[in-house]
Design a protein around this ligand. Sequence first.
Ligand SMILES: Cc1cc2nc3c(=O)[nH]c(=O)nc-3n(C[C@H](O)[C@H](O)[C@H](O)COP(=O)(O)OP(=O)(O)OC[C@H]3O[C@@H](n4cnc5c(N)ncnc54)[C@H](O)[C@@H]3O)c2cc1C
Length: 385
Amino acid sequence: MTANLVGRAREFATSRLLGREDYFDGLPAVPTPAAAELHRAGLANWWLPEEYGGMGASLRTGVDIVSELSYADAGFAFASFLPVLGTTMVHCFGAPDLAAEYLGAMARGGGSCAILVSEEEAGSELNRNQTVFVRKGDEIVLSGDKQFSTNTDSADFLLVAARSADDPSVHSVVLVPRQTEGVEIAKRWNMQGMRGSATYQVRLRDCVVPAHHALEGNGLRVLEAGLNASRTLIATTAIGVSRRIRDLSMEYAAHKQVKGAPLVDNAVFAAKLGQIEMLIDVMRNQCLAAAAEFDELLAAPDPAAVLYRTGATRSALSAKMYCGQAGWTVATIGSEMFGGLGYTNDHLITKLVRDLRYVGLVEGGDDVVRDLLFSRYVLPRAKRR
Ligand SMILES: Cc1cc2nc3c(=O)[nH]c(=O)nc-3n(C[C@H](O)[C@H](O)[C@H](O)COP(=O)(O)OP(=O)(O)OC[C@H]3O[C@@H](n4cnc5c(N)ncnc54)[C@H](O)[C@@H]3O)c2cc1C
């Protein structure tokens, strides 16, 4: 079922996305028609396990798919793959009938889910989040304000991180169908990049769901398990955008004259492009390494237990931080490449630079990732290698 998925993703990106950058950069209404086309092309939610009717593609395959999609539009790619965070949590930590119902529908219909974690005051200190749930008999009631959430308005269901109103030390992730009363979109953010995706501020007011919609385990740990997949793919968008910057530079350099010769013959240009190629190669290797580790954990006889025990993997944290930084280096070279035109909104490079910036910010900025690497992999002597 996964045969040539990467080739099909390349064909989809080339025929449906490429050349439509102005449209995607213009905060289009979502879901875009391209999302439905992705489903019709048999590519939506490519990672969903076969037991739910999905394609069951590995995260390694996902790395190359996301590189292809984000070559054309990183925002569209982000909206397409981000549900992997929610579906991984539901697959591993949801009750079997809950997972079958929601992931099965997603595999059939090509829909999406959204993740509501970030809050204004707590920031990355998720243990200070204020969204609360109360258990009332067979039901759970949730209330709170979420600062950022991608895909929420068009999602079929939401994964909401909340703490117990009775015991603030208890965190949970709860599945909330999008149409649940009390889920209100406060606004869509006017993001500087990734504008082909839609990120919202969301209010939750007395949202009632059945008690079995709460995933098993400490919500913050459950999140970490899923974040390994989405952080790896966020990192991967830097590969696609960097490849695009490389190719744009080559097209430009074929015609641009410097010192009486095409720029492409210039040694300084060659050195820059050689540097970019090295960064692309190392970014891909690190993303594939992180994906391979995740695939291995997910293939364990009891993936939920193994992922829960492991928490945030070093390889996924490193991939996200490295690709954010390496991608930014490529973006800097790229923005100088086209002279003054490269600083105008008339040139595509400006969008690519804006899009790339998100890699080092979303799902933990570099300060947060460094802190996690230090506390999880440097401080515990046994984990050093
Ligand atoms: C395009 C986009 C899409 C998003 N989609 C979603 C989504 O779908 N769901 C969701 O829940 N969230 C989403 N987010 C939120 C995103 O994950 C957070 O914005 C990001 O993780 C940073 O967290 P923060 O905004 O709380 O800022 P903080 O992490 O709180 O950062 C604020 C400041 O505090 C500093 N800081 C924080 N922690 C440390 C530390 N440990 N050590 C030193 N300094 C520190 C930072 O460096 C920074 O200067 C999205 C954001 C964007 C931009």
